[in-house]
Design a protein around this ligand. Structure first.
Ligand SMILES: [Mg+2]
Length: 163
């Protein structure tokens, strides 16, 4: 089995840098009515200076064996900064490809691929047969998926027990 990876909340801890915590719901808005997209726009350097997640170390180790593909939905104006973040955390040999894909595009693409699983936290796909779900409060309701990833040990088992 091979894997492709979402970036935000799977590898890059953008939420923590921008609002200081994991949002309880996907469509989070701040007390002054800003959504996540606007909050990131207000703190655009977070795209470069966010910390990695607790899953990064395991994924980074995997990327040294199998260079990884990242699928991430980033507006055009965020892409240079996001590439910079990725270059700061992976060598060029460790990254096979970066593709800018919206969730619907990720979903249709992964379902056309054989023997490949998407590691992702997005909560609104129609179904999750080919998704290893990185679990957060905003996606706790999804109980049927390829695998639930609740901690780095689960990520380790997913990536390295399937080699
Ligand atoms: Mg994500």
């Amino acid at each position: 089995m091979r894997f492709v990876f979402d970036l935000d909340s799977v590898i890059r801890n953008l939420h923590e840098r921008v609002i200081g915590f994991v949002p309880p719901i996907w469509d989070y808005t701040s007390s002054d009515g800003k959504n996540m997209w606007q909050l990131i726009e207000d703190n655009i350097e977070s795209l470069v200076n966010s910390e990695p997640t607790s899953y990064y170390e395991t994924i980074h180790r995997y990327s040294k064996i199998f260079p990884i593909t990242i699928w991430t939905a980033q507006p055009i104006t965020w892409r240079d900064s996001t590439e910079k973040w990725i270059k700061n955390h992976f060598s060029s040999e460790e990254i096979k490809d970066i593709q800018w894909l919206m969730p619907e595009e990720k979903y249709s693409t992964i379902n056309k691929m054989s023997d490949c699983i998407l590691v992702e936290d997005y909560p609104n796909f129609p179904e999750y047969n080919k998704i290893a779900l990185v679990v957060f409060p905003y996606n706790w309701h999804i109980n049927s998926c390829y695998a639930h990833i609740r901690n780095p040990k689960d990520m380790e088992a997913l990536l390295f027990n399937n080699i």
